[in-house]
Structures are given as structure tokens and as C-alpha cells.
Design a binder for this molecule. Structure first.
Ligand code: NAD
Ligand code: UDP
Length: 340
């Protein structure tokens, strides 16, 4: 078992000493897309942050800019193995999230979610930490009710190619609520709906990053199936704000709580918006549909609004423009120049 205790320290936010508010926060998966934004926001608030990651789908480059902060620590570790870290708050964001990533090693994905939950909850049980789980809209599977309310139990194909992720996340939710009821662990379960923004990988495989990179390269935008399936896209800053509010909510606020942007659209419409936004010469083409692709997805966020006073603030065009800038920067001067 790995044990790690960070050094003491003080920080200032806006010139105000925040020693009293200083907490040690463990972020499992802190080297990933969402986790790196979370680490950054926690450091800005003056907390000490431990980023635990095995860097399987995340990258050190996501947190390189935080390395000089003495309150930031990286622990390279796999959540499938036990760990023992002193923290007062834990975010469990460690799991592959993009369908190509989680289907590459389905057994590993299921175990990351199940054993990762057990090891994270055991750590919280020992230290008394509040523990926040990054669950997913995938627990609703291919939903027959829309919008999806937290009371809906979902429609998941447990033996299909998405089952490793969907059932891993569903089992993790079960473990969270059982540790809460059995051992009194202070849990918070947030169900994330499709979130996008800077620091997604170029080859992440999710729709927003695929379409933007394809558009910037003037390559075909690849729609899987007829493009009439819907998603609701949330900008990363809004999502992280929701999790920060949730983690600070009273101990009676366990969730599950949907966190996402209810503005729903077809994948076809998303392709058109991104092509227009980038002034791209790309064609929009259709490839075969992927197995068990949910036909519709839209969060009911009334619970998040009531319990956290939270709702997304950043519209799709603004969020996409920031994300396009990010990918444009990554591509600038290299492969983009070769293709144009
Ligand atoms: P990501 O792949 O960028 O980040 C996941 C991080 O977890 C990576 O840094 C990866 O290296 C790390 N990781 C994976 N397996 C690990 C293991 N066994 N041990 C230690 N670290 C491990 O994906 P993301 O989009 O940032 O997703 C973060 C979390 O949010 C995931 O749990 C995901 O299921 C959840 N989520 C994300 C979305 C979304 O739209 N981005 C939607 C629903 C749920
Ligand atoms: N999708 C697509 N083209 C791509 C990538 C994804 O049409 O290049 C579709 C995918 O089939 C799904 C939607 O976009 O219907 C969202 O896919 P993503 O992988 O981003 O997220 P998830 O399926 O997990 O919601």
C-alpha cells in the first residue's frame, strides 16, 4: 500500500491569507482532461492538491504548468491498487472516458471503476475524507425517458461493448452508496453529461475533439450513423464549478446529481456549427453507426439548480470558440501547415 503525506504550507488568493480554509485535496485522474482543470481550480482556491494518476489516458503536459506550485504534488499510481493518502477531500476522476479509450481495454476499464471505487472509498473511510465520484450520464444507457432525471434507472446493455464503462460506473455508484449506508462515508455522486474544452487530446476520439480537429485540418467530419442522435454539451469550466459547489455542500447532499448543459442538439447540427465556426472546407460524411450508441441524451438539472444553485453559464458557441483556439494552437505550425 502506498502512503503519501504532503508537506504543510500556506497560500494566498487575491492577497487574502487562506490558511484556515486550506485543505489537502486528492484528485484521482488529475492528469486527465477534467482532472487537470479541477486541480488548477483547487490550487487557485488555495488548497494543497495531490494528483494521483497512472497517465494511461491523461498526460503530464496537462499539469506541467502546475508543477512549480509548491502546493501541487503528483503521485503516479494505479487506482486498481490500494493507496493510503491523507486528505480531507477526494475526487475520484480516474477512468478512461472516451469510448475508443474505454473499449481498448474493457476488462481494465471495468476494474478501474470497480476496484478504483473500492480503494478510494477505503482510503476515505480511514481518513474521514469527503469523497466525490465522477459518475456519468452513461448510467442511463440508451434512455427511453427524456430529459434524464436522477430517479430514472436507465437502459444499459450490460453485455455490449459499452457495458464495461456503463456497468463499471453503475457498480461504482452502488459501492459509494453502500459505503455511505454501511460505514457512514461522506459521499457525493455527480453524473457528468458530455463535457468538452481545452486539454482534450487530439486523438481522444470523442465527437467535439474529432470534429474540431477534422475541421481545422479541412478533413471530412465523420458522423457515425444518421447524425440524428442527440447530445447536450457542457463547457468544462461550468462542469468544474458544479463539482466545486457539490463538494462544499452539506453532508446530507449525497446525490446522485446530474451535472451537464441541457441544451440538446443532434450530432449533425454540431458538425455544421463546428464547420461554420472554423470556416472549414471539410465535407460532412456518414460512417456506419456504432453499437449501442444512445439515441438521445439531455440532463434534467433541476436537482443541481435546487441543491447547488448551479446551472451552466457558458453557451456552446463561446465554449466551442475557446476549444477551437486551443486545438488551433496545438496544430499551428505543424501538421495543419502540412495539410493546408
Ligand atoms: P480523461 O481520460 O482525460 O481522464 C481520466 C484520467 O484518469 C486520465 O488522466 C487517466 O490517465 C486516469 N486514469 C485512468 N485509469 C486510471 C487508473 N487505473 N489509475 C489511475 N489513473 C487512471 O477523461 P475525462 O474526460 O477527464 O474524464 C474524467 C472522469 O470524468 C472519468 O471518470 C470519466 O468517466 C468522467 N466523465 C467524463 C465525461 C466527459 O464528458 N468528459 C462524461 C462523463 C463522465
Ligand atoms: N460521434 C460521431 N463522430 C465522431 C465521434 C463521435 O458521430 O467522430 C458520435 C457518437 O457516435 C455519439 C456522439 O457523437 O453519437 C457522441 O460521442 P462521444 O464519443 O463524444 O460521446 P458519448 O457517445 O460517450 O456520448
Amino acid at each position: 500500500m502506498r502512503s503519501f503525506v504532503p508537506s504543510e504550507g500556506y497560500s494566498e488568493v487575491s492577497g487574502i491569507p487562506v490558511a484556515q480554509a486550506l485543505r489537502t485535496v486528492l484528485v484521482n485522474g488529475g492528469g486527465g482532461f477534467l482532472g487537470s482543470h479541477l486541480c488548477e481550480r483547487l490550487l487557485q482556491r488555495g488548497h494543497r492538491v495531490i494528483c494521483l494518476d497512472n497517465f494511461s489516458t491523461g498526460r503530464r503536459a496537462n499539469v506541467d504548468h502546475l508543477a512549480s506550485n509548491t502546493h501541487f504534488h503528483i503521485v503516479e499510481h494505479d487506482v486498481r491498487q490500494p493507496f493510503d493518502i491523507e486528505a480531507s477531500l477526494i475526487f475520484n476522476f480516474a477512468s478512461p472516458a472516451s469510448p475508443p479509450d474505454y473499449q481498448r481495454d474493457p476488462v481494465g476499464t471495468l476494474l478501474t471503476n470497480v476496484l478504483g471505487a473500492v480503494n478510494t472509498l477505503d482510503c476515505a473511510r480511514k481518513t474521514g475524507a469527503i469523497v466525490v465520484q465522477s459518475s456519468t450520464s452513461e448510467v442511463y444507457g440508451d434512455p427511453i425517458h427524456t430529459p434524464q432525471h436522477e430517479s430514472y434507472c436507465g437502459n444499459v446493455n450490460q453485455i455490449g461493448p459499452r457495458g464495461c464503462y456503463d456497468e463499471g460506473k453503475r457498480s461504482a455508484e452502488t459501492l459509494f452508496f453502500d459505503y455511505h449506508r454501511t460505514y457512514g462515508v461522506d459521499i457525493k455522486v455527480g453524473r457528468i453529461f458530455n463535457t468538452y474544452g481545452p486539454r482534450m487530446r487530439l486523438d481522444d476520439g470523442r465527437v467535439v475533439s474529432n470534429f474540431i480537429v477534422q475541421a481545422l485540418r479541412n478533413a471530412d467530419l465523420t458522423i457515425y450513423g444518421d447524425g440524428q442522435q442527440t447530445r447536450s454539451f457542457c463547457y468544462v469550466d461550468d462542469l468544474i464549478e458544479g463539482f466545486l459547489r457539490f463538494s462544499a455542500a452539506g453532508s446530507a447532499c449525497n446525490g446522485p446529481i446530474n451535472l451537464g448543459n441541457p441544451a440538446e442538439m443532434t450530432v449533425r447540427r454540431l458538425a455544421e456549427i463546428i464547420r461554420d465556426l472554423t470556416n472549414s472546407r471539410s465535407r460532412i460524411v456518414h460512417l456506419p453507426a456504432v453499437t449501442d450508441d444512445p439515441r438521445q441524451r439531455r440532463p434534467d438539472i433541476s436537482r443541481a439548480m435546487a441543491e447547488l444553485g448551479w446551472q451552466p453559464r457558458i453557451g456552446l458557441e463561446t465554449g466551442l470558440a475557446r476549444t477551437v483556439d486551443y486545438f488551433d494552437g496545438l496544430l499551428a505550425g505543424t501538421e495543419k501547415a502540412e495539410v493546408v
